[in-house]
Design a protein around this ligand. Structure first.
Ligand code: UDP
Ligand code: MG
Length: 332
């Protein structure tokens, strides 16, 4: 894809790395890259690197990314050995980015690249983190918008780390924040939490999240629920405390109720009645117990995954579409 204006000189010092996780985005990749290149071509005072991470796509995404134009930015292509999920793909990108700052971007143009200059300007003013808040989500179902709204607030309440509401993975991070994040080696990677954990000087820019430009969302309802649960268990132990408090409350009530039964039997004698009450209490207690065991199990499962200490992702190939390569390809 040729663009009209001449390329800026790309030095060893990269200002910004743009990290793009890609899973089955063959329709989107050329459109996305062209659009991004157009935005970057207006920023001649900075040098860029785009890190595409192919997260085990089953379509032609890998071959397409290898041939993307590298006039306005170095293009790094990383091929994971299978589909590890968006969180792992972003981690691979963060580990490989060389820029003084990084931006995480979806390949479907739902995170508008034209906001990059504004994000860079905020970073130049001295902010380490530029959060991009979704003031509206276009083209998404009412249920998804509502559940996301409730979930962000619930997670913020439960989490011990302050999390920004309605801010997704789309954000800019300075080099020192990236270095700190690289030290968080946990396997259960809830990126919205991990990215918020270091803190530093933050600012927020609001934007309307557009519809996906092509292709389909890669998340099923069940996957979203799983991601949501992993966010809660990775950043809070409050559910365990809630189970403890529920246990304490129920035992106290049971004790008081038992006391009342003893007194009642002593005064009025014993009548064989109360089957509904008994059933109700048994079912209620059974439910609370199973739920508490479930919560406990979620955390034990996390410990299990952490103790195995497996790598978060595996890289099969790494290619660079540098400016030199582009010239060589052109001249045979
Ligand atoms: N993605 C990925 N691995 C996955 C699922 C998604 O790398 O297993 C990428 C996908 O290609 C896109 C980004 O993550 O660039 C966001 O995915 P999607 O648009 O499906 O999510 P949504 O916007 O619906 O939350
Ligand atoms: Mg999307």
């Amino acid at each position: 894809m040729q663009l009209v204006t001449p390329p800026p000189s790309i030095t060893d010092e990269i200002t910004l790395s743009i990290i793009v996780p890609v899973y089955n985005e063959q329709e989107m990749l050329p459109i996305f890259h062209h659009y991004l290149a157009k935005v970057l071509s207006t920023q001649s005072d900075s040098s860029f690197e785009i890190v595409y991470i192919n997260d085990g796509s089953t379509d032609d995404s890998w071959n397409i990314m290898l041939n993307l134009d590298s006039h306005y930015a170095n293009v790094e292509c990383i091929n994971l050995s299978r589909n590890f999920g968006k969180e792992a793909a972003m981690t691979a990108g963060i580990d490989h980015a060389k820029g003084q700052a990084i931006v995480l971007l979806d390949a479907d143009l739902q995170d508008p690249p034209e906001l990059i200059p504004e994000m860079l300007a905020a970073w130049r003013q001295g902010y380490d983190v530029v959060n991009m808040r979704r003031s509206a989500r276009l083209g998404e179902s009412k249920f998804k918008c509502w559940s996301a709204h409730v979930y962000y607030r619930l997670l913020d309440y439960l989490s011990d780390v302050p999390l920004q509401k309605d801010v997704g993975d789309f954000r800019l991070l300075s080099r020192r924040v990236v270095e700190d994040i690289k030290q968080l080696s946990e396997r259960s990677r809830y990126m919205k939490g991990i990215l918020s954990w270091p803190g530093y000087k933050q600012t927020t820019i609001s934007f309307e999240r557009p519809e996906r430009a092509a292709g389909e969302t890669k998340w099923s309802f069940i996957q979203l629920v799983k991601l949501g649960l992993s966010g809660i268990t990775a950043f809070s132990i409050k559910p365990l405390r809630i189970a403890t408090w529920a246990g304490a409350l129920i035992s106290t009530s049971a004790f008081l109720y038992g006391f009342w039964i003893v007194i009642k039997t002593l005064i009025f004698g014993e009548a064989v009645a109360g089957y509904p009450t008994m059933m109700l209490i048994q079912l209620f207690l059974g439910g609370v117990q199973l739920l508490s065991i479930g919560i406990l199990g979620e955390y034990v499962g996390r410990i299990y995954a952490e103790t195995k200490a497996r790598p978060i992702y595996l890289i099969m190939d790494k290619e660079k579409n540098s400016m030199m390569n582009a010239m060589e390809k052109k001249h045979g």
